[in-house]
Write a protein that binds this ligand. Structure first.
Ligand code: ARG
Length: 574
């Protein structure tokens, strides 16, 4: 089924009316259709005000002309004009009933696929080798994975790449440390402790420091033995990362690993090509580009360092090579980087330089930034001992906490309870991360994220499980029984279910998963009001019972599909 969203359909029809009535051509977006917050109004069009200016007529007059000319094709009642010139639409009951029935038999629940698929290189997770993943990487991983799912669902091609920090000068000391401490096949159980030990030795043991520096040269020169040891370090680290990914249920695999080292062979050429464009300057012995418009507080131009004084390449050079690789060699039309807000300027400068070098032309590049995870004290989250919080520990604790939440009420056998606790605990962490505007910081609080009331995944999971148990008792309704929207609570629920596609699209196009969270929460609330008012199993007639079962089924499927697009599981029973 291909059904345009209601707002899109209304927009098209309004724009047609404008063309006929005023001989002005607009794009559907310019119809300015919005979901209305007014009681008794479903949608509104806000274009008459700006159009009035343009046509030199009073906005209310323009609105009246549109109302007179618009052909709504049975979707809505003739619009009413309100205030300075708003056009208010109320969907027609019969149309709503038919549309909901159609969505209910569609596996995509009425969400159309894009007609203009893009090839999207998506940089997310991107932890650093020989360091534990911390909560910053949690955000990148969780937000990035939700975006990957949303974009794929929309019909785009997603090329995920995990930009591991696996290269650079610290690897000299890390390799020496591995050679000193470990034998073939031995494991590193604590990456942070390993890193700290290497750092301590580097700072205190002159001979070790010298070896470490020599080792960097060997690594960069491609010495086979050095590379083999380096690979062990990378493998040990990815083993840790993969444990976290498995527990989180993210879709990243080893095939998506494109660490900084991957771009190493491209760096010299990137810098040479950049020099050939005349964009580079040598400053303090380093090769730099000073893109327009970037200055520090003192007003000095800011450099993007592409080759350091010592001839080495750094983080910025690697990102230039990365961008060029995904556009030139992989044909990406979009480049998205899910990385914390502190790197905003870095990406802005990388994009500016790539534009100046004509490596970035028609492609869309965007830094998908996010705020920090804070502790109860409002500062960056730390353990009691003041260390950064390890992601693996945090996830284990989430599952543990969820176990007690589940055990309080569940009649499930113990092993099923553990599986459910995983879905609840991991879901809570993910949802807490996704449900707020990603650009904002948020405070990490177990009791709030595991609350059974309010905008939490637990609430949504319970809501769904309640519907599943209702359906288990009633049996799923026949797919061709008509949907009847008698009661206002039925109508409100139907309208909410109809807006799933709008919510998915707006979350996807603005890279804002929280918009889908808000929608799912509102839908669950609307469902519970419906369920309070409208008895399902004991409905007054068989027709109503069947219709309400269909609405309940669709509500459950909407929650399940919606949460799955956020990477959150929905157990049938809790
Ligand atoms: N490894 C980096 C960090 O932990 C993030 C890398 C982000 N991606 C990129 N292309 N720079 O901060």
């Amino acid at each position: 089924m291909q059904t345009a969203e209601v707002s899109e359909e209304l927009a098209r029809r309004v724009v047609d009316a404008v063309a006929r009535a005023l001989d002005i051509t607009l794009t559907p977006d310019e119809a300015l259709i919005q979901v209305s917050t007014r009681e008794g109004v479903d949608y509104q069009a806000n274009l008459a005000m700006s159009l009035g200016k343009r046509a030199g007529r009073a906005p209310r007059e323009v609105a009246a002309l549109i109302a007179e000319h618009v052909d709504l094709g049975g979707i809505a009642e003739p619009p009413e004009i309100a205030g300075p010139g708003f056009l208010n639409f109320v969907l027609r009951r019969e149309w709503l009933e038919q549309r909901v029935a159609a969505i209910a038999v569609d596996p995509r629940l009425g969400v159309a696929k894009t007609t203009a698929p893009r090839r999207i290189a998506l940089d997310y997770s991107s932890p650093n080798v020989a360091k534990e993943m911390h909560v910053g990487h949690l955000r990148s991983t969780v937000i990035g994975d939700a975006l990957a799912r949303l974009l794929r669902f929309a019909g785009h091609e997603v090329l995920p790449h995990n930009h591991l920090g696996d290269w650079g000068t610290p690897f000299g000391m890390l390799i020496e440390q591995l050679l000193d401490e470990r034998h073939e096949g031995s494991r590193i159980e604590d990456l942070d402790a390993f890193y700290r030990a290497a750092r301590r030795k580097f700072d205190t043991d002159e001979a070790f420091a010298t070896r470490a520096r020599e080792r960097v040269v060997l690594l960069q020169g491609g010495d086979a033995e050095t590379l083999a040891t380096w690979q062990r370090l990378v493998d040990e680290s990815t083993r840790h990362f993969n444990e976290v990914y498995a527990l989180l249920g993210v879709t990243l695999t080893d095939a998506d690993l494109y660490g900084e080292s991957f771009y190493n062979p491209y760096l010299a050429k990137v810098v040479a090509d950049l020099e050939a464009t005349g964009l580079t300057e040598v400053s303090d012995g380093a090769v730099c580009v000073f893109p327009d418009g970037f200055r520090n507080r003192e007003g000095d131009r800011l450099p993007l360092i592409v080759r350091k004084r010592d001839g080495g390449y750094g983080y910025a050079a690697t990102d230039l090579a990365t961008l060029r690789y995904w556009t030139a060699e992989r044909g990406a039309t979009d480049l998205l980087y899910v990385v914390g807000a502190p790197q905003a300027q870095h990406f802005a400068m990388v994009f500016a330089v790539c534009r100046d070098a004509k490596w970035l032309t028609t492609q869309h590049a965007e830094h998908i930034g996010f705020g920090s995870v804070l502790g109860a004290d409002g500062k960056t989250m730390r353990t009691r001992a003041g260390d950064t919080v390890k992601l693996a520990d945090l996830l284990a604790e989430a599952v543990g906490q969820a176990e007690s939440v589940v055990a309080e009420r569940s009649e499930l056998p113990a092993d099923a309870q553990r599986e459910v606790a995983r879905a609840v605990g991991i879901g809570a962490i993910k949802y807490a991360d996704l449900s707020g505007d990603r650009e904002r910081d948020y405070v990490f609080a177990w009791d709030r994220m595991l609350a059974r009331e309010g905008n939490t995944s637990v609430y949504l999971q319970y809501a769904n499980a309640r519907i599943r148990s209702l359906l288990a008792r009633a049996g799923e309704p026949e797919p061709d029984t008509p949907v009847l929207l008698d009661d206002p609570a039925e109508r409100t629920l139907a309208l909410s279910l109809l807006r799933f596609g709008e919510a998915v699209h707006s979350a996807t196009s603005s890279y804002s998963p929280h918009k889908l969270c808000t929608y799912l929460y509102e839908t669950a609330v609307v469902f519970s009001r419906f369920y309070e008012r409208c008895p399902v199993l004991t409905a007054p007639t068989d027709e109503l019972r069947a219709s309400r079962l269909r609405l309940a089924t669709l509500a459950s499927r909407t929650l399940v599909l919606g949460l799955s697009l956020l990477g959150i599981d929905t157990p049938d029973r809790l």
